[in-house]
Design a protein around this ligand. Sequence first.
Ligand SMILES: Nc1ncnc2c1ncn2[C@@H]1O[C@H](COP(=O)(O)OP(=O)(O)O)[C@@H](O)[C@H]1O
Ligand SMILES: [Mg+2]
Length: 310
Amino acid sequence: MIVEVKNLIKRYQDFVALDHIGFTVKEGEIFGLLGPNGAGKTTTISILSGFTKYDGGEVKFLGKEVRRHEMEVKRELGIVPQDIALFEDLTAWENLDYFGRLYGLRGKLLNARIKEALEFTGLSDRKKDRPKKFSGGMKRRLNIACAILHHPKLIIMDEPTVGIDPQSRNHILQSIKELNRMGSSIIYTSHYMEEVREICTRIAIVDHGRVIANGTQSELTSLIATEEKVIIELSSVNYTMIEGIKRVHGVRECAAQGNRLEVIGKIGEKYLSKVIQIVSESDAEIVSMQMEKPSLESVFLTLTGRSLRD
Ligand SMILES: Nc1ncnc2c1ncn2[C@@H]1O[C@H](COP(=O)(O)OP(=O)(O)O)[C@@H](O)[C@H]1O
Ligand SMILES: [Mg+2]
């Protein structure tokens, strides 16, 4: 485990911001913290990075209690904060130089790392410009560049795509996957379930300072749903085929609309290969096939009675 959070409690005076929050992140994962505004994502991350004190529980990074090993934690962590932290009057290069020095990089290595980070974030040709002239998306990318100079084991990104243009957003999501392929574990917080669905291997859904559900996407959706829909488009459909499919164990319903078959099956039952076998034993060809799983949004709605976006 690269991160272990257990029973974490944080109070702001009488207000309980984190109420026994707990989750683990495995090495190599892109872990998503998904929750609405005010859920406690930023507070959790700030504690994990050693910037905020907490009132109870355990927070370990690389097996070590964060509050006792602050310096070590900071060396191996790259943080992209929710509120962009840059010097507006320094150039992009100078910003990187400043943050690189904070991590103890100097000389040729520092220069090489700055070049690498600029290239990685697509900002090489803007290195002499000041962030005050940058778009929101470019500032965010520069902030990411600042966080990866020291090749951290864990990169934490706190809502990095809020309020930026679609092109930068795409660039950021792709670069997170790339950083992960290159060996960093990632914690990604968001209130956009589409993003979390796109990039995260495991997800904790948080609300009111608690983890209300935790797992892979299919584990989360299977929490609330017991059935899924498979839509198979065929070159032709016949009665024997439909009757055959209806008798497959795990299939509840099978209906045809023209050359389209809609099969409702029980999640977890291995009915699909039997269905395909029946289809291929007829003369029909499969033109396309698609699976409709319940969304993370509906998981949130079911568990909390509220929409994720309110
Ligand atoms: N410094 C603070 N003082 C008082 N309350 C705070 C402070 N920081 C955060 N909170 C409260 O704690 C809760 C969690 O906030 P936060 O961690 O920022 O949530 P998120 O990042 O999920 O939007 C919110 O209700 C917020 O108002
Ligand atoms: Mg936040």
